[in-house]
Design a protein around this ligand. Structure first.
Ligand code: COA
Length: 264
């Protein structure tokens, strides 16, 4: 299927998605958000696909934010709906996606673009990348999970500073704050992504899906993450991947995971 604002390809059991509005620095309009949701939904339970990679087209921007031209004259109610539907269709959706989702941040990741990266499970950045929340400059706040996920990853103090000052940080500062796992020259970004994927692809997809649920339970009000871990740990014992993983270890061979789950 062709999308207006996305390019995508399947390679070695991974879906590579490029947000493709280079003349608008890949700004996220509602069409792009719904296209991303549609594409991700197609592969959510496809056992042949092991992971998703999201990047931006060109060498300048990952995503330069939500598309400002779309919400400039919104009412409060429309603003709330924009935020909520973004959470549902993309940002919470990605965080809870049952396969690893990796952000390859190849340039500006601002506002909604930074939030998109923060909702992914793993982030890598090119050394020209710049990240930040310019929202208060526009008289608004991050509305796609940024106030929460930046605090969770970098601590509340840094979240207050970055959101209040609207300062952009460079990739090496994002690395120092634990916001990205690796910083590389742009030409090497995808090689490093693929190196990580080669490791991930040999592991049990079912165990990875259970791990995503358990890790996401961390830092959530009203949810006991340890109790969720106990539950997810227990569920693994009913999965074929667990039987195969332990059997292969005892037989001194590499496991061949089916990746089909009874639970996720
Ligand atoms: N929404 C809509 N359009 C955007 C956009 C956004 N978030 N970010 C960039 N664009 C558009 C610009 O309007 C411009 O379009 P035009 O050529 O039709 O005028 C085009 O992308 C190129 O951007 P430009 O500002 O000319 O590039 P630059 O290199 O001078 O500056 C940025 C790059 C990222 C610093 C600048 O584009 C910017 O500040 N963008 C807005 C970031 C933002 O506030 N995001 C949070 C939104 S809540």
């Amino acid at each position: 299927m062709n999308y207006e604002n996305l390019l995508h390809r399947e390679e070695n059991r991974v879906i590579y998605i490029t947000i493709n509005r280079p003349d608008k620095l890949n700004a996220l309009n509602t069409k792009t958000i719904s296209e991303l949701n549609h594409l991700l939904e197609l592969y959510k339970f496809n056992d042949d696909i092991k992971a998703i990679v999201i990047t931006g087209s060109g060498e300048k921007a990952f995503v330069a934010g939500a598309d400002i031209s779309e919400f400039a004259d919104f009412t409060s109610e429309q603003g709330k709906m924009l935020s909520q539907s973004g959470h549902d269709l993309l940002f919470n959706y990605i965080e809870n996606y049952p396969k690893p989702v990796i952000a390859a941040i190849n340039g500006f990741a601002l506002g909604g673009g930074f939030e998109l990266a923060l909702s992914c499970h793993i982030r890598l950045a090119s050394d020209n990348a710049k990240m930040g929340f310019p929202e208060v400059t526009l008289g608004v706040i991050p509305g796609y999970g940024g106030t929460q996920r930046l605090s969770q990853l970098a601590g509340k103090g840094k979240a207050f500073e970055l959101i209040m000052t609207a300062e952009m940080i460079k990739a090496d500062e994002a690395y120092r704050l634990g916001l990205v796992n690796y910083v590389l020259p742009q030409s090497e970004l995808m090689n490093k992504v693929n190196e990580l994927l080669e490791k991930i692809k040999t592991k049990s997809p079912v165990a990875i899906a259970h791990a995503i649920i358990a890790i996401n339970a961390n830092d959530k009000d009203g949810i006991n993450g340890y109790a969720v871990e106990v539950e997810e740990f227990g569920k693994c014992f009913e999965e074929d991947d667990f039987k195969e993983g332990t059997k292969a270890f005892l037989e001194k061979r590499k496991p061949v995971f089916k990746g089909k789950s009874a639970h996720v």
